[in-house]
Design a protein around this ligand. Sequence first.
Ligand code: 2AM
Ligand code: CA
Ligand code: CA
Ligand code: CA
Length: 259
Amino acid sequence: MSTVQKRDKLIKQWIKEAAESIELAKEESLKVEEKSARNDLVTNMDKEIEEELTNKIRAEFPEDRICGEEGFGDDLKDLKGTVWFVDPIDGTLNYVLQQENFAVMVGVYEDGVGVQGYIYDVCKDKLYHAIKGMGVYCNGQPVKSPENKSLSAGLVATNSQLMTQDQFAEYRKIAGKSMGVRMLGSAGLEIIELLKGNVIAYMASKLSPWDIAPGKVMIEEVGFKVSQFDGSEVDLLNRNKTIFSTVKAFDEIVTANSK
Ligand code: 2AM
Ligand code: CA
Ligand code: CA
Ligand code: CA
């Protein structure tokens, strides 16, 4: 079995185990803390799942390094070798307020190149994954490639800050050229919407490496684009203003932005 195949089997198993922990925790009361703001939350489950995942990765792949949201990973200064990106619960605010619309996400990169990406919609029991060069799958079934639609032909997904902060007024104009705006509150699930062809772009003002890395593998696998707002490459060591989109909409969004 190749290393990629071994990782694939284990990641799928570990993600399902994480979901089981989340299911079991439904019976207990969540411990919720604020991070950078009153709407930036972390729960005991975010921490427990990241700790479990990082322990499992380290036991099987001791040479690899980990970039995780809740601090159980390594302090990365570069992307050399094999790097795992772990977001234990993507959409924590949804997890706390809605008990749905959140995902467990894992990405694996080799020397900065995305090799494997996994996004598990826990409540819908849908595990999306991509292995570079092998297509995108949902629960093991190939996902049909989404259509390359233009900005004016589809819906645009975004995050709350783009809608509420004046510094992003330009993006509201771009969204205004689309058929309409949609917002789910989970970067991973927005990326799945793009893969399914339900939206033609997802624009978010402040995404971290673990928000971007798993979905980037999938979006690039279907030939779509991932970049910073100005069209430059995303930096997986820092936060990014990020666009995920069809090729047609990408050109329109970046051109509108550089005017
Ligand atoms: P999280 O739930 O893992 O923190 C919400 O718009 C989306 O943006 C979620 O995917 C969320 O991931 C992500 N996000 C990134 N930075 C955030 C922040 N500072 N506060 C809230 N959500 C953030
Ligand atoms: Ca968070
Ligand atoms: Ca996240
Ligand atoms: Ca998270």
